[in-house]
Design a protein around this ligand. Structure first.
Ligand code: ZN
Length: 345
């Protein structure tokens, strides 16, 4: 699927990068999953396990198949050790890809189904483990707590509480994910109001599997600071203007959109058009393991198949720094840091 030029990939790999939209539950190594399965008496190898956790080239690309991988991946969080291991490896994998600042999001409930941990303890475990790994690998990591719109608001409240209890560990934001086509974001409005009042940044998955109206719910009603995906906003020029005027960034994930059937061909992906219309766009992987993609590969594909240039990639990275969920002074320091790094490559 969309093979890459080796030299181009090496050039992108050498760039310091920022990832704003990556799900921990979509960032598990296949080799680790095989080991975990074997420890639980299931004899898989990478080839036989792969179709259950990764979109395959011959597979019908749609939301149902894509989300089914998540359901399988959530079966793997069987113990505290496993949660710690996959967290550590997710940070390590990002660092090895030369990602130097990452906002990692996760759904605490997904980590607690088997372990029965209270949500705030799961958040504590992920943050402590990732912070330790971040220090070891020289990458800066912050955390966004996700909840699903197809689950209850009461569960969302518990997730928010767990987020607020862990801001000192690096939790900076709250996210709404899940089935956008069939579930409104509006029942979560009060909860996101509270999150904002408490100082958390807000990002909402919207305009991915639903249209521009869904982006309005995210920005107008839930006061999102950034929008996950948001690519269907192009259907409504007035909504595009809202994003531009309010400087709401989109966390765009092209390979994920291709694999979940939102675009038929990567060449037709609206990333470049959104940027041309002055929307603050950033490039992200969403789920590296489900999509079998690194951030370097994601960016290299945008260059090879979507007419982005290597020089333009730097402006995408600086936009990501400017829209990072950090307090103003830290955000400005991050921008300056990346300006310095990018000036030398
Ligand atoms: Zn996502």
């Amino acid at each position: 699927m969309y093979p890459l030029d080796d030299k181009l990939l090496a050039a992108v790999h050498a760039l310091p990068k920022i990832e704003l939209h990556r799900h921990l539950e979509g960032s598990l190594r296949l080799s680790t999953l095989v080991e975990i399965a074997r420890e639980h008496g299931m004899e898989y190898d990478e080839a036989s396990l792969r179709p259950f956790v990764q979109m395959m080239p011959e597979e019908t690309r749609n939301a149902q198949h894509f989300l089914a991988k998540f359901l399988t991946l959530r079966q793997f969080y069987r113990s505290l050790d496993i949660i710690a291991r996959v967290t550590r490896e997710a940070v390590e994998d990002a660092a090895l890809d030369n990602v130097q600042y990452m906002e990692l999001r996760f759904t605490p409930k997904a980590l607690c189904n088997f372990t029965q941990l209270p949500l705030h303890v799961a958040v504590e475990l992920v943050c402590d483990t990732a912070n330790e790994a971040a220090l070891a690998y020289g990458i800066q990591v912050r955390y966004i707590i996700s909840m699903n719109r197809n689950e209850s608001v009461e569960l969302g409240e518990l997730a928010l509480k767990a987020a607020l209890q862990n801001t000192h560990r690096g939790v900076v934001g709250l996210d709404l994910a899940g089935d956008e086509a069939n579930f409104s974001a509006l029942p979560f409005r009060a909860l996101f109001q509270k999150a904002k009042a408490e100082g958390l940044f807000i990002t909402i998955h919207a305009g991915e599997w639903a249209g521009a109206n869904s982006v309005w719910d995210a920005v107008g009603n839930l006061r999102a600071d950034r929008v996950g995906h948001g690519i269907h906003v192009l259907e409504d020029p007035a909504m595009v203007n809202v994003l531009v005027e309010r400087e709401i960034a989109l966390e765009v994930c092209p390979t994920s959109n291709y694999l979940s059937g939102i675009v038929d061909h990567l060449e037709e992906h609206p990333l470049i058009e959104l940027t041309r219309q002055q929307v603050l766009t950033t490039i992200n992987t969403d789920d590296p393991s489900i999509c079998n993609v690194t951030l370097s590969e994601e960016i290299a594909r945008a260059i090879q198949y979507m007419s982005l240039t290597l020089e333009e990639v730097k402006s995408y990275t600086l936009r990501a720094a400017r829209t990072a969920f950090l307090p103003r002074a830290e955000r400005e320091a991050l921008v300056r840091h990346f300006q310095g790094l990018l000036a030398t490559v």
